[in-house]
Write a protein that binds this ligand. Structure first.
Ligand code: BGC
Length: 762
């Protein structure tokens, strides 16, 4: 693949969008004899009718497209971008105007409408918090609202395909893209991704789940062979996608850069044809990642569309694909299938009837959503004594480090949003390789220092950059409270080599904590980090990348305006030696070298691995403290075909707040296990109680039999426990489950795309 940075990027005004389509409609046949434009028919029928009216060239034209920049080919010739494309956006695929079929206008991604490297100048968007914050809310409705927000903004900017949601399971706490994903548990990630997809598609913008699959490390991702036992993949990474697809009905799935078990994801027949399309009956289309296609033959293995074509060694899905059809190596029926899948999604999501419409965006309203995600998803990890919430007005507070005087950090790469209100700070980091251009620290304009000053106007709040620990410690010593902000910037295309905080920030915290026992640490990190200073500080907040309202959200939590309710979607191990792979796979390898990772933990991702090994993490999946207390009682467990678990949750403390009730399976007939089988976020007034009933998806009780392509649930007693986290389990119960075997098709699955099937959630 050629690197993204070899592209000639020209800034420019965004081109007009629908003129070409409108012109085509006017010039072509009327809507009457274009039966596929009849919204009364099913998307499948419409797609078939449209394909029947297309020439081979028109079909092939829909199967590939460039990254939407003018670009130089390998021979130095410049290829100008088609006029109707949105200049400097992620992708463009021409439509067929004579048939009323729109072009695809594609943008990244899950954390807001991206503008990586600010290539579209001042084109701003709402910058949502990290996916780990969103997942940490355990609130599917909020995921829906976040997805809808991105869809709305995308559509108002002229886009009709969103290249999000990212949802790879976070297997390695050093992976450079975990901040785009939804954590380490398949049920949580699948349910949250589904809602984000539904939210986006309700705005008539197609959503894309990615990166399919096992794209769990970024180091040499273009050559990496990610290896894992297929059955355990079905129970983990693939299950997350499966749940997102059957509940969310995304129009498209993006295959990954890496190989899976020896074969590139975008040409991996097992992944694309057998698992996704045959076993799961996925009716949408598979688009490649940008520069992830390795030949026209990928089309015979399940790939439907080549994206970012100028990054590949050749535009495989143009002339070579056509040649393959001429030579009889690829059937016309398969070409039709590819196109039909794309069209079906366009019809099902209502893209044709509701084309993008440029218009104003209510950034103020959207900032509230970004703030809600941050307020509900930031997790209070530790709170010893009575330090938090800070209530009595303190004389002097020291705010230290993390550029807290200007804003909050965000993660880098294709998901980078240029925040509404413009970045507070950009620090070019540099580096080597094709993705180095993405390495710029960008701070969203939400200063924690300003928010803290506002929260406590009678205190003197002083700032120290933290550059010199001795200065910071001296200020802390003269203060009543020290709040240290520490950052870890991670970027797509790179993994963090270790879990250690960079720039000597561990020493900074240690120095400040030694100077003032009242020290709070706020982590603005892409990933879990090691905390050698944990025993020295009474309070730690995991803010991850908290988005464009993150500074205010942090202050609201610290000063008690908001009761923290976020939970960890990823465990924080105590030490790297507790990881499945203590050393980062392929650390130090030459860029582009062949490499592999054996994910020998199989389905035991994250907390499941620590539990299996008996190594307690510092903070486990599901952990997060509140300023009130909850009690869970009256647990009842019913068996049969699956587990139905019901219980009461009561707020027994003095403050309004939200609990995240979590049900873990701890024994399944013949084996000990630990996995989340249900969760519910419950918001309660003091003294209030709610009865919760959760029914487990039977696949969460099962193991997968790959040769038989069946889920198997052995008969026996299944035990569950309620948990405050995966490592803090409370009351338990058990029930008998009957023996079952079922194939994927037996799991209720509506093989259709789009919000037309279910009314959008309010
Ligand atoms: C990323 C994708 C992204 C695409 C388009 C790739 O480098 O892996 O997640 O959607 O670029 O920007």
């Amino acid at each position: 693949m050629r690197s993204k940075s070899s592209i000639v990027i020209r800034r420019g005004a965004v081109a007009s969008l629908w003129l070409a389509l409108a012109a085509g409609l006017a010039a072509g046949a009327s809507a009457n004899d274009q039966a596929w434009l009849d919204a009364g028919r099913s998307p499948d029928v419409r797609a078939r009718l449209a394909v029947a009216a297309m020439t081979l060239d028109e079909k092939i034209g829909m199967l590939h497209g460039p990254m939407a920049f003018d670009y130089k080919g390998p021979d130095g010739t410049e290829t100008p971008l088609p006029l109707e494309a949105i200049r400097d956006s992620a992708g463009f695929v021409p439509g067929v105007p004579r048939l009323g079929i729109p072009a695809l206008y594609e943008t990244d991604a899950s954390l807001g409408v991206a503008n990586p490297m600010l290539v579209r100048g001042g084109d701003v968007a709402t910058a949502l918090p990290s996916g780990l914050v969103l997942a940490g809310t355990f609130d599917p409705d909020l995921a829906y609202r976040a997805g809808a927000l991105v869809g709305r903004e995308a559509r108002a900017k002229g886009f009709n395909v969103l290249l999000g949601g990212g949802m790879n399971l976070t297997r390695d706490p050093r992976n450079g893209r975990n901040f785009e994903y939804l954590g380490e548990d398949p049920w949580l990630a699948g349910v949250m991704a589904a809602e984000a997809v539904r939210g986006t598609q309700a705005e008539h913008v197609i959503s894309t789940v990615k990166h399919f699959a096992l794209n769990a490390n970024e180091t040499n991702r273009n050559t990496l062979d990610a290896r894992a036992d297929p059955a355990s993949l079905r129970e983990s990474d693939l299950l997350a996608f499966q749940i997102a697809i059957e509940r969310g009905h995304p129009g498209s799935v993006m295959c990954a850069y890496n190989k899976v078990n020896g074969s590139y994801s975008c040409g991996n027949a097992w992944l694309l044809d057998e698992v996704l399309k045959r076993d799961w009956s996925f009716p949408g289309w598979v688009m490649s990642d940008w520069g992830a296609v390795h030949g026209a033959a990928d089309g015979a293995n399940g790939l439907d569309q080549e994206s970012g074509e100028q990054l590949d060694a050749a535009v495989w899905f143009d002339a070579p694909l056509k040649q393959a059809v001429r030579d009889g190596r690829l059937s016309v029926a398969r070409i039709d299938d590819m196109v039909e899948r794309i069209l079906r999604a366009l019809f099902a999501v209502g893209v044709v009837e509701h084309p993008p419409r440029r218009g104003p965006i209510d950034y103020a309203a959207h900032r509230l959503v970004a703030g809600d995600v941050a307020r509900q998803g930031i997790a209070l990890l530790k709170n010893e004594g009575t330090l938090l919430p800070v209530s009595a007005p303190l004389k002097r507070i020291a705010v230290i480090g993390g550029h807290a005087n200007v804003g909050v950090l965000s993660g880098g790469g294709s998901s980078q949003v240029n925040p509404a209100g413009a970045p507070a700070l950009r620090i070019p980091i540099g580096g080597n390789g094709g993705m180095a251009a993405f390495r710029t620290e960008l701070y969203d304009p939400s200063s924690p220092l300003a928010a803290i000053r506002e929260a406590t106007p009678t205190s003197e709040v002083l700032y120290d950059s933290g550059d010199f620990p001795a200065d910071a410690a001296a200020l802390a010593a003269r203060s009543d409270l020290a709040i240290v902000f520490v950052t870890q910037h991670v970027v797509e295309g790179f993994d963090a080599p270790t879990m250690q905080l960079p720039h000597g920030q561990d020493a900074l915290i240690a120095a400040v904590a030694a100077a003032n026992a009242h020290t709070i640490v706020v982590l603005e990190t892409g990933n879990p980090v090691t905390m050698p200073w944990l025993g020295q500080v009474p309070a730690v907040l995991a803010a991850w990348y908290p988005g464009e309202a993150g500074g205010e959200a942090i202050a609201d939590i610290l000063f008690g305006k908001i009761n923290p309710s976020g939970r960890l979607a990823m465990s924080f191990p105590r030490a790297e030696s507790d990881l499945v792979r203590p050393r980062l796979p392929n650390l130090g390898a030459e860029t582009g070298a062949d490499g592999s990772v054996d994910y020998t933990e199989g389905a035991l991702v994250g907390y499941r691995w620590y539990a299996a090994k008996g190594t307690a993490p510092a903070f486990a999946f599901g952990h997060g403290l509140s300023y009130t207390r909850f009690e869970q009682s009256h647990l009842e467990v019913k068996g049969g075909k699956t587990l139905e678990v019901s219980f009461d949750v009561k707020n027994v403390g003095a403050r309004f707040g939200a609990d995240v009730a979590q049900v873990y399976l701890t024994a399944a007939a013949d084996r000990a296990v630990l996995r989340l089988i249900g969760f519910e976020r419950v918001t309660l007034e003091p003294g209030e109680m709610r009865h919760v009933t959760l029914r487990a998806d039977p696949r969460l009780l099962a193991s997968y039999d790959e040769p038989a392509r069946q889920w198997r649930v052995p008969e026996g007693i299944y035990r569950v426990r309620l948990g405050e986290s995966a490592a803090d389990l409370g009351p338990g119960g058990e029930a008998k489950i009957v023996a079952q075997r079922f194939a994927d098709r037996a799991v209720p699955f509506v093989a259709r795309v789009g919000p037309t099937l279910e009314p959008p959630r309010p």
